[in-house]
Design a protein around this ligand. Structure first.
Ligand code: HC1
Ligand code: SF4
Length: 562
């Protein structure tokens, strides 16, 4: 702890690891392009440069705070310096800002505006590269890359995937997959976390917006949507609503107005997953085989396991993800002419996740050879569509989801937070359902945003040993411990994005710690307000098992890997 003087004001610091964090704590939004509190410090952009009382300048992101320091953040010299950095960056940058997908959300554009960059006196002589559209999840446009390295550090240091890296030197420097491969030719797991930290349009979402507009306008197509748990606590961010507010009711309303015929809740699919995954866990506990059971709902994790730990693929649950279970059930339901009204069914899933765009294309995501979910729209794409309509989302009344798939239990809703799947499974395996039963599970260690959590939970005459992991680097660490015999579990929940789907690669970006906490709280608060806490007590689930699912549980709810 100590004190430093920033622009003449005394500021206390405690455990901040760099001067930049102390400046931001003092409510000065000093510009940066390559700094993320969760990534290692790179110090490349130099925008955060400050001046001390002896006139020495230094990058505040890579300087430790010291007691008695005196610094200035906005001297004329610093202002000029920052403007010049931005001019140089823009001189080698594709400048089609008005048509860029990131326009209005681009951090470079915003800073250029803030720093008063009104013209660029240099011609862009940089080699122009083709846009990489090979991935169903993300698009790479090297011409918009400013070499901040955020995506590289995310992919390599945080996710342990190493799909992209720096190549070449000097003016030819580039971020690219090795050997100039396309992104689809690498081990990229489509998590979209690189896109979540990219400050420009160099990495963006591969969108399906246009095809959805066409379907909505087609009278011969019935468009059925499902909304993932984490989407409802992020859409409001874009419309000036309170961070983390659950806006599911407004989403249902706006989607009806846009022309979606039915809007359902993926939390219902999550309830089906809990039923099947709990059953599978009990079977494996009895046989003692293929333990730990790894969860299967996160497609980026499944891909990571396949490429990095193929010997553990058998340990992944055979359950389809909630999205896929729902997709299969929905297609079965709408097979009947009475239900489809003679129209073609188009199944759309609104997800916080870019990897879901790849999941729907996998062989095991089909039933009788047909894709169960036709398109995935990320939360960000849905926001873009809503904005295009001009409907004032923030003022909309709420509507409830459609039936017969409109009710999800609280257990299904909390899937969007790390630990949510485990908590839901433990609720299913617990006989009671009163508040103290739920609180016992809640306080078992399953909640919280740490990347690796461990817990034991009593079940009949034994204990269930569980681990909850979010972030693929953390999963990698945990698997190494499991393989070395250092750790032993019965159940392991893995979500590729740190903190779970609320921080998925398809969510609106620039989410600071307060946004993260608010989104998690938004889902937990929704659970508190939901009478049905357990998946097995969702009346719609119970009915489905006795009707449409009878004799088809395996076909519709499990991954068909033949
Ligand atoms: Fe998720 Fe899931 S929780 S994976 O994060 O199991 O994407 O929200 O929809 O399928 O329900 C995502 C969220 C989501 C699935 C569920
Ligand atoms: Fe790496 Fe994920 Fe980006 Fe692929 S989507 S390049 S795995 S961070």
């Amino acid at each position: 702890m100590g004190y430093m003087t920033i622009d003449g004001i005394e500021v206390e610091f405690t455990d901040e690891s760099n001067v930049l964090s102390v400046i931001r704590k003092a409510d000065i939004d000093i510009p940066t392009l390559c700094y993320h509190s969760e990534l290692s410090v790179y110090g490349a952009c130099r925008l955060c440069t400050v001046e001390n009382d002896r006139g020495k300048t230094f990058a505040s992101c890579s300087e430790r705070p010291r007691d008695g320091m005196v610094i200035y953040t906005n001297t004329p010299r610093l202002m000029k310096y920052r403007k010049m950095i931005l001019e140089l960056l823009l001189s080698a940058h594709c400048r089609d800002c008005t048509t860029c997908i990131k326009s209005g959300e681009c951090h470079l554009q915003e800073l250029a505006h803030r720093m008063g960059v009104t013209s660029i006196g240099y011609e862009n002589k940089k080699t122009q590269y083709p846009i990489d559209m090979s991935s169903p999840a993300i698009v790479r446009d090297p011409n918009k890359c400013i070499l901040c390295g955020d995506c590289v550090r995310m992919c390599d240091n945080v996710q342990h995937v190493n799909a992209i890296d720096f190549a070449y030197r000097g003016t030819e420097a580039l971020v690219t997959p090795a050997f100039d491969k396309t992104i689809a030719e690498t081990d990229c797991v489509n998590c979209g976390q690189c896109r979540a930290v990219c400050p420009t349009g160099a990495i963006s979402i591969n969108t399906n917006i246009e095809v959805i507009w066409e379907a909505l306008a087609d009278k011969n197509v019935k468009v059925i949507a499902q909304i993932a748990p984490a989407v409802r606590v992020a859409v409001g961010d874009a419309f000036g609503l309170a961070r983390g507010e659950n806006v599911m009711g407004k989403i249902v309303n706006v989607m009806h107005r846009m022309g979606f015929d039915e809007v359902y809740d993926t939390a219902y699919g999550a309830d089906l997953t809990v039923m099947e995954e709990s059953k599978e866990l009990l079977e494996r506990l009895t046989s003692g085989e293929k333990l730990p059971l790894f969860t299967s709902c996160c497609p980026a994790w499944v891909s990571y396991c396949e490429s990095h730990y193929p010997e553990l693929v058998d340990h992944i649950s055979t359950c389809r993800s909630p999205m896929q279970m729902f997709g299969a059930v929905m297609q079965e339901y709408y097979k009947e002419p009475k239900k489809n009204g003679g129209k073609q069914i188009l199944s759309v899933a609104v997800m916080p996740c870019t990897a879901k765009k790849a999941e729907i294309l996998r062989g095991e995501s089909k039933t009788d050879g047909k894709q169960d979910v036709d398109y995935v729209l990320t939360t960000t794409e849905l926001i873009t569509m809503i904005k295009k309509t001009g409907i004032r989302f923030e003022n909309l009344d709420i509507e409830s989801s459609d039936m017969p798939f409109g009710i999800g239990s609280g257990a299904g809703i909390i899937f969007g937070n790390t630990g949510g799947v485990t908590e839901a499974v433990l609720r299913r395996l617990t006989d009671g359902h009163n508040r103290s039963d739920m609180d016992r599970i809640r306080h078992s260690g399953v909640r919280g945003e740490e990347g690796i959590k461990e817990l034991t939970f009593p079940y009949k005459d034994r204990e269930i040993r569980a681990a909850v992991v979010s972030g693929l680097g953390n999963a990698d660490e945990l698997i190494k411990r499991i393989k070395s015999g250092e750790a032993e579990y019965d159940f392991v929940e893995v979500m590729a994005c740190h903190r779970g789907c609320v921080m998925g690669g398809g969510q609106p970006v620039q989410a600071g710690p307060r946004t993260r906490a608010a989104r998690a709280k938004g889902l937990y608060d929704t659970d508190i307000n939901t009478q049905i806490k357990k998946s097995n007590e969702n009346p719609l689930t119970v009915t489905l098992y006795n009707t449409l699912l009878k004799g088809k549980e395996h076909k519709l709810l499990h991954r068909n890997m033949e």
